[in-house]
Ligand binder design. Structure first.
Ligand SMILES: [Zn+2]
Length: 278
């Protein structure tokens, strides 16, 4: 039987996951969320810009759309060029500037994506890289009003310096990017800060756990529960206290830096010596 909550639009797998929240799976690469309010719709992330995201979002809402980025990584912010009103943290802007994000590095990314077993998108050979400046910067505590609902930006330094999560406490929903996901949290490369900074910011989020039930992450299974947040905190504590017994991880396709994987409960963190303390 067809699942009426799941549709294919322009190659994106679209799922209604909560009240007026759609998850758009960008060909197995990442998850984008579209949240509709009475006046405006907010798109959380734009993926890697591999498909026709704006046309797809417009099939789901007739409200004017603006974009917030959870962080500046290639698989979350490269579709920004399709939209006029995009906000991101200033701390991550360098990742999508032409001096850093080159045609060559985008081509290499496309080749890697197509080689992923989960990839369901088009052939990316000759895919053009298009970069865009954000319209504004997201600051801690900033609120995005959609009419009858709003999201508050909460900074979670760790995976990147400018990573943000977005909380709709009225509807008890948190959209978490790569800061709280079911897959390993990567805090080991040039983008990352430290496990110490990450734990500090997770504590800030945990102090508000009474305001949300479901967490919608930027990759894989969604939603996930708060157990991931608490296990990630304990995982980080074990790394900081020296109690962790990590295994070496194979993340050479992402960075030449060494990668250690520590697991606790449902959570895992990828880090190395340089990224433990601030
Ligand atoms: Zn990321």
């Amino acid at each position: 039987m067809d699942n009426l909550n799941i549709r294919k639009i322009n190659g994106y797998t679209v799922q209604l996951v909560a009240d007026r929240i759609y998850a758009l799976d960008e060909f197995g690469t990442d998850i984008i969320y579209l949240v509709e309010g009475e006046k405006r719709a907010m798109l959380v992330d734009t993926g890697a810009g591999l498909g026709r995201l704006k046309d797809t979002a417009k099939e789901l809402t007739d409200k004017p759309i603006f974009v917030v980025n959870t962080h500046g990584h290639v698989d979350h912010a490269l579709g920004n060029h399709e939209f006029d009103e995009v906000y991101m943290s200033e701390k991550d802007e360098w990742m999508i500037e032409p001096s850093y994000m080159t045609k060559e590095s985008f081509e290499a990314f496309c080749v890697r994506q197509m080689a992923e077993p989960a990839y369901t998108g088009p052939d990316l050979g000759g895919k053009e890289l298009r970069l865009a400046k954000p319209a504004g910067y997201i600051e801690e505590g900033m609120r995005f009003d959609l009419g009858d609902r709003e999201f508050e930006a909460i900074g979670i330094s760790g995976h990147t310096k400018g990573s943000m999560v977005f909380l709709d406490s009225k509807n008890r929903v948190l959209i978490s990017g790569d800061s709280v996901v079911s897959t390993p949290i990567l805090i080991f490369d040039t983008y990352s800060t430290s496990v110490e900074a990450y734990l500090e910011d997770l504590k800030k989020l945990a102090a508000r756990e009474g305001e949300f039930d479901l967490i919608f992450p930027g990759h894989f299974l969604r939603p996930i529960g708060k157990r991931y947040l608490f296990d990630l905190m304990e995982c980080a504590r074990e790394i900081l206290s020296g109690r962790a017994e990590p295994e070496p991880g194979d993340f050479g396709h992402m960075s030449s830096e060494p990668a250690l994987v520590h697991r606790y409960g449902l959570a895992s963190i990828v880090y190395n010596e340089k990224h433990i303390r601030k």
